[in-house]
Ligand binder design. Structure first.
Ligand SMILES: O=C(O)CCC(=O)C(=O)O
Ligand SMILES: [Fe+2]
Length: 516
């Protein structure tokens, strides 16, 4: 899977460089071949225009006969062209096993739609390469890339087609509109690499509008199709069908019943979630609450006396704290390096099973402390910071996560909400606390949003975020519902340490209030 982690995307970059080298070699060989053909052509052309027009000279007569008997045969039946093509194809075959599959293209296209939705981006802007809000152009762009990468008509067509194939006409219309506009501009020019054409885009767009209830749009696009390809019987039938529709129920001319974003799993919290993602962690009003402050903490641990941790208290209910400079740049690099070879598509707990899901797009790996001393020392620091027992089985191994294109983790709880959850297989109770370390920075997006706490924590490289998932009485704290916002630009890495209930009996005791 290429789209679900940025590390794999980087590997894909290397794959394309290999293909480029093969195409470069091919172009060079073909240029050489054409140059040689041109030389032969010029030579014979000159003969015909000069003295060669007459055959008086026996030398000329001889070369004419030779050319016609032998030279032309060699030129016309040369194998060089097919040898060059074959070499190019062989090069392709060599990298074929590393190429992304259709599932990856689909995943990457859905990522673009996700970014469009969560960050309320204008599709028109995206197509031009800018990250502009869909409404209110007075807002600054959410991300300004150093270099603009506009999309082609065919790029837009394929995003639209992925949406279309999912019967998601809300997105297919937006993207196919752009595809149609761009294909119209370049009509008549054909790019070898293109999968779609103006006709394909019109066809899909017309049907999307029809499904969305806008029959008059469907009709005019289908008529435009027939203008380019009058012999297409299916489209001609559609035109008749749409015309009849409009005569029978003219009120359906422009009604757009289906133009709503498709339902997602966490619809109830969607608006809150997206708003938090869009604020990108800037909530200045919170700085006015004096209880939320920064401090140096030793937590009564001898380990921290010489080097206290820098705590920024972000929320009291639920308790969320950010510990700055919890790891060093070197440690972060080492941890990513140790995890890289083991990354696999992340799974989520679903009933009793673990499976991959659209609402969690990343790759992850588990690191035991035996793999490297850097993990041992990290565990020591986590134990000192939390005052909790994190020896197995009281805590899980370190989970290192790398997000992919538009990678995210939609609102969820870290603790189990059902007794059947696979989390209980460790037989050490529920997940009491989470320590999440940011191992990278990102260029835009990717903050950690606590939905009900109205808190959006930006990615702060090397910092560790801590929160209690359970109340002191062991019940899950519903206010810890949280999410990893889609990464808009950059390569986001985090490491999770989940600490369980058992083993903490004397370290986090029940409060006097049973509801606490
Ligand atoms: O990446 C994030 O910001 C959140 C990750 C998370 O919640 C998780 O991995 O459980
Ligand atoms: Fe989480």
């Amino acid at each position: 899977e290429t789209f679900s982690s940025m590390l794999s995307v980087r590997q894909a970059l290397a794959t394309e460089r290999r293909l480029l080298r093969h195409l470069g070699a091919y172009l060079e060989a073909e240029t050489h071949r054409l140059k040689d053909l041109q030389r032969f052509y010029n030579k014979v052309q000159d003969l015909h225009q000069g003295a060669g027009g007459s055959a008086a000279n026996p030398l000329l007569a001889y070369t004419l006969i030779k050319r016609l008997q032998s030279d032309w045969l060699n030129v016309v039946h040369s194998l060089e062209a097919s040898e060059n093509t074959q070499a190019l194809k062989n090069g392709y075959t060599q990298v074929e096993k590393d190429l992304p599959e259709f599932e990856d293209l689909e995943g990457a296209a859905r990522a673009l739609m996700r970014l469009q939705d969560v960050y309320a981006l204008s599709v028109k802007g995206l197509v031009k390469g800018v990250f502009q809000r869909a409404s209110g152009t007075h807002l600054p762009d959410i991300y300004s890339p150093g270099q603009l990468f506009p999309l082609s008509a065919d790029d837009c067509f394929l995003v639209g087609k992925v949406a279309y194939d999912m019967e998601d006409y809300y997105h297919s219309i937006a993207w196919l509109e752009e595809a149609v506009s761009l294909f119209r501009v370049s009509y008549g020019e054909w790019n070898t690499e293109d999968e779609g054409s103006l006709e394909d885009a019109l066809d899909h767009l017309a049907f999307s509008y029809f499904k969305a209830g806008n029959v008059s749009h469907a009709l005019s696009l289908s008529r435009e199709f027939l203008h380019y390809d009058p012999s297409n019987k299916r489209i001609a039938r559609n035109v008749l069908k749409y015309e009849r529709f409009l005569v029978e129920s003219p009120e359906r001319a422009t009604a757009e019943v289906g133009l709503q974003r498709p339902n997602v799993t966490h619809l109830q919290t969607r608006d809150l979630y997206e708003e938090l993602c869009q604020t990108l962690g800037s909530q200045p009003t919170q700085y006015q609450i004096p209880a939320l402050h920064c401090s140096y903490e030793t937590n009564d641990s001898p380990y921290l006396i010489l080097q206290p941790v820098k705590r920024e208290l972000l929320r009291l209910q639920p308790y969320v704290a950010l510990y700055h400079d919890f790891v060093s740049d070197l440690e972060a690099e080492q941890i990513k390096g140790l995890a890289a070879p083991w990354l696999q598509r992340s799974v989520v707990a679903s009933e009793e099973k673990q499976q991959k899901a659209e609402y969690r797009i990343s790759k992850s790996a588990w690191l035991k402390d035996t793999v490297d001393p850097v993990i041992v020392s990290l565990d020591q620091r986590i134990a000192a910071l939390t005052g909790l027992n994190i020896r197995p089985p009281y805590a899980e191994y370190l989970q290192v996560v790398n997000y992919g294109i538009g990678g995210h983790y939609e609102p969820h709880f870290d603790h189990a909400t059902s007794r059947k959850s696979p989390l209980y297989r460790m037989k050490s109770g529920n997940r009491l606390a989470t320590v999440m370390i940011y191992l990278s920075s990102v260029e835009a997006g990717g903050s950690t949003a606590f939905i009900y706490a109205n808190l959006s924590v930006p990615v702060v490289k090397n910092a560790a975020l801590f929160w209690w998932n359970l109340h002191r009485n062991g019940a899950g704290n519903g206010d810890t519902l949280h999410a990893g916002c889609p990464v808009l630009a950059g390569d986001k890495w985090v490491a999770n340490k989940w600490i369980h209930e058992h083993g903490q009996e004397f370290r986090r005791q029940c409060g006097p209030d049973p509801n606490d």
